[in-house]
Design a protein around this ligand. Structure first.
Ligand code: OXD
Length: 310
């Protein structure tokens, strides 16, 4: 079995190659472009792979993505229609996304920013007790990531709901589905967390129309894709006071350009696409198990439905 590893993001791809070799003894694992003979790979493990991958590796049986979101893969020129794409189901990302969300939720709901300012002024002044009922959390996306995020918020007794196309239930959270459900979901939400896949149907979902339907003084947390957010609508909603703050981990252009207004806006907290990193051990174990299952002729989970785009 021949596997090629091609990730534009990894500074140290060798560590991934070693981990894959440990998990799949007997397989020939090589780094894309390392000068070894090409054209024999059965599987590719990728993140933002080169455009000529499919020309140079025409025998691929499946393409494993090193992340959950496959939006970039689906746009790759030359992607064969019948090549199975496998997304990472949870390579340790869900718990990190829950942490990320809680950090920003707690920062706002407990007004920790105010305490930081008070400390700078050497001021001992307790603020009002937290009113949890006023901090309704709504998570867009009810898959592995959305469920974990929602459950973390619900565990701290924030009234929590999830929305998905299908209305999938998440224990501990209220579930909403479809277009009609979205209206009711937004109307009850003050803290909107986006973990949806980026598809034709979800592009631009974080827009003026959505912001206007939220409860007043809302917080928006985007940990999915920059393409979900209409940036000018976010700035307008912050200016009008419709939104109180935003925490953004993902952007239409990454790295976020130095002159971008988000960098210097005190109402926006920016992080460099780190809300849910794929952890090497868990990711490699998951991919290796699936490759072995495919070799045994079994059906695996996480295969992308090209029509749904996730
Ligand atoms: C992912 C990501 O898709 O990290 O998993 O963005």
């Amino acid at each position: 079995m021949d596997i090629v590893f091609a990730s534009a993001q990894e500074a140290e791809p060798q560590a991934w190659i070693e981990a894959l070799r440990d998990a799949l003894p007997g397989a020939r694992i090589r780094l894309w472009g390392d000068g070894q003979p090409e054209g024999h790979a059965d599987f590719a493990v990728v993140w933002a792979p080169p455009a000529d991958l499919f020309v140079r590796e025409p025998r691929l049986r499946a393409l494993f993505n090193l992340g959950a979101g496959v939006d970039a893969l689906l746009c790759l020129p030359g992607l064969p229609d019948d090549l199975p794409l496998v997304r990472l189901e949870d390579g340790g990302m869900a718990v990190q996304m829950a942490e990320y969300t809680l950090y920003h939720l707690l920062h706002e709901s407990r007004d920790f920013g105010r305490y930081e300012r008070q400390q700078a002024e050497v001021l001992w002044r307790p603020l009002d007790d937290i009113d949890r009922a006023a901090w309704t959390v709504g998570v867009l996306g009810a898959g592995a990531m959305g469920a974990r995020v929602a459950q973390a918020c619900a565990a701290l007794e924030y009234p929590t709901a999830v929305w998905s196309r299908s209305g999938r239930a998440v224990p501990g959270a209220e579930s909403y589905g479809g277009e009609a459900g979205l209206v009711a979901f937004l109307a009850r939400t003050r803290v909107l967390v986006n973990v949806l896949p980026l598809t034709d149907a979800t592009r631009g979902i974080l827009c003026r129309r959505t912001f206007e339907q939220l409860r007043p003084d809302a917080l928006v947390i985007n940990i999915a894709r920059g393409g979900h957010l209409v940036e000018s609508d976010l700035l307008a909603a912050l200016d009008s006071g419709r939104l109180r703050a935003a925490a953004l981990d993902v952007f239409e252009r990454e790295p976020l350009p130095p002159a971008h207004p988000f960098w210097s806006d005190a109402r926006i907290r920016v992080t460099p696409h780190v809300a849910g990193a794929s952890l090497m051990d868990r990711t490699v174990r998951q991919i290796a198990d699936k490759i072995q299952a495919l070799n045994r002729g079994e059906v695996i989970s996480g295969v992308v439905d090209r029509n749904r785009q996730y």
